[in-house]
Design a protein around this ligand. Structure first.
Ligand code: FES
Length: 110
């Protein structure tokens, strides 16, 4: 295996995380429309939180977005910490120490 293959293999393995990133230490209050299809980001890497922007295909290939369709217009709290037991909705897990002490992702510098 040459050096380029090794770097590619390492880069690939780094994308195989099964643990979501804590995107936010608070839930997101959002208004949902009845019958509209939503994709909640489960990996925590999306820049369009709390919704999926496709980043999981590069950074967390084993974590898929959670797709759902509300049956009525509603305002809900969607999970931002990505550890809720009733995803995509907040269940209060973000209040636990392991979330409150987690490092948040930083925006890339330009
Ligand atoms: S970007 Fe996180 S699930 Fe798609």
């Amino acid at each position: 295996m040459d050096e380029l293959d090794m770097k590619s293999m390492v880069a690939y393995l780094l994308t195989q995380t099964t643990e979501p990133l804590v995107a936010s230490k608070q839930p997101f209050k959002v208004q949902l429309k009845a019958g509209k299809r939503y994709s909640w980001c489960a990996c925590g890497h999306s820049k369009k939180q709390p919704f999926c922007d496709g980043t999981h295909k590069m950074l967390a290939t084993k974590i898929l977005p959670l797709r759902f369709v509300p049956d009525q217009d509603c305002t809900v709290w969607l999970c931002g910490c990505k550890h809720s037991g009733r995803a995509p909705y907040c269940d209060g897990t973000h209040k636990q120490d392991f979330i409150q002490k987690a490092e948040l992702p930083t925006a890339p510098q330009s």
